[in-house]
Design a protein around this ligand. Structure first.
Ligand code: AMP
Length: 278
């Protein structure tokens, strides 16, 4: 695996590969890699010729400075995992390589930015689109791979690629979970054993909502999830919603399907999870 820390080295390498008509697959990450990330690398390996993974803890998407500070960083370990997974190129820039002084960025994400994660973490999706746009410009990937774990993020990035008419195919890969059902996340390392038990409640609530998926009334489905969540005192719920899976608007008869989304804190750790219901 080649490791580049500068944009110029990366684009030189990619220029050569594109001249050979290789299909480029991009997997953007913030590191502290786990099986969820590796599943994206595997999908990229299957679907493209050259897999580029980026590891960059992007400061502009953090709304809480202490969250940025304590974000796990395990680069040596990450490099080993990527080597084992057959990743071709790792892009590992410093913040100064990605951002100039006083850079500004704003795109109109509309409704998508005013709900769920956008509402709880104002500015988060501006930071996400800012860095993903830079990575797309730099690598011009044929396909880019994102996890369903960050469901709203996939819709936000789709909106960004529509706005700028970027010729990249977005691939959403399924959520990887622990045996107990906990969605894998770099932040799970912060959970104590007791908190981990409490955290399992999120996926149990999602499964309960899936059991109720045949019910036409979305609020009844949501209620079934809330009952599971409210029975666990260790959970501080941010939101539990059942929405149209394509628009994240309230579902109606025309909806092609629904998705249940939960965000909650356990101790000091904020967790998100979701499940497509039907
Ligand atoms: P992150 O490093 O948390 O920014 O995540 C990088 C990419 O990995 C994003 O597209 C995430 O949605 C994806 N990802 C994170 N956790 C999982 C998981 N448990 N299963 C599948 N994809 C995941």
């Amino acid at each position: 695996m080649k490791i580049f820390t500068s944009k110029s080295e990366l684009s030189d390498a990619l220029k050569d590969l594109k001249a050979q008509e290789k299909q480029i697959g991009l997997v953007p990450t913030m590191g502290a890699l786990h099986e969820g990330h590796i599943s994206l690398i595997n999908a990229a390996r299957q679907q493209t010729d050259v897999v580029v993974c980026s590891i960059f803890v992007n400061p502009t998407q953090f709304t809480d400075p202490s969250d940025l500070e304590k974000y796990p960083r395990t680069v040596e370990n990450d490099i080993q995992k990527l080597e084992q997974a057959g990743c071709d190129i790792l892009f590992l820039p410093e913040v100064s390589e990605m951002y100039g002084h006083n850079e500004t960025w704003h795109i109109d994400l509309g409704y998508l930015e005013s709900i769920l994660e956008g509402q709880s973490r104002p500015g988060h999706y501006q930071g996400v689109t800012q860095i993903v746009y830079k990575l797309f410009q730099l690598t011009s990937p044929d396909k880019a791979f994102f996890g369903q774990k960050d469901y709203q993020q996939v819709l936000v990035i789709r909106k960004m690629t529509d706005i700028f008419k970027l010729p990249v195919e977005l691939i959403m890969c399924p959520i990887q979970r622990s045996e107990e059902g906990l969605a894998l996340s770099s932040r799970n390392v912060h959970l104590s054993p007791v908190e981990k038990q409490q955290a399992y409640t999120l996926s149990r609530a999602l499964l309960k909502m899936k059991e109720h998926a045949a019910e036409a009334d979305a609020s009844a489905v949501r209620q079934a999830g809330l009952e599971v969540l409210n029975a666990e005192p260790g959970i501080r719920l941010d939101y539990c919603e059942v929405l149209d899976k394509d628009t994240l608007l309230a579902p109606d008869a025309a909806s092609a399907g629904r998705v249940a989304l939960i965000a909650a804190s356990v101790g000091k750790t904020r967790l998100i999870d979701n499940m497509i219901l039907n």
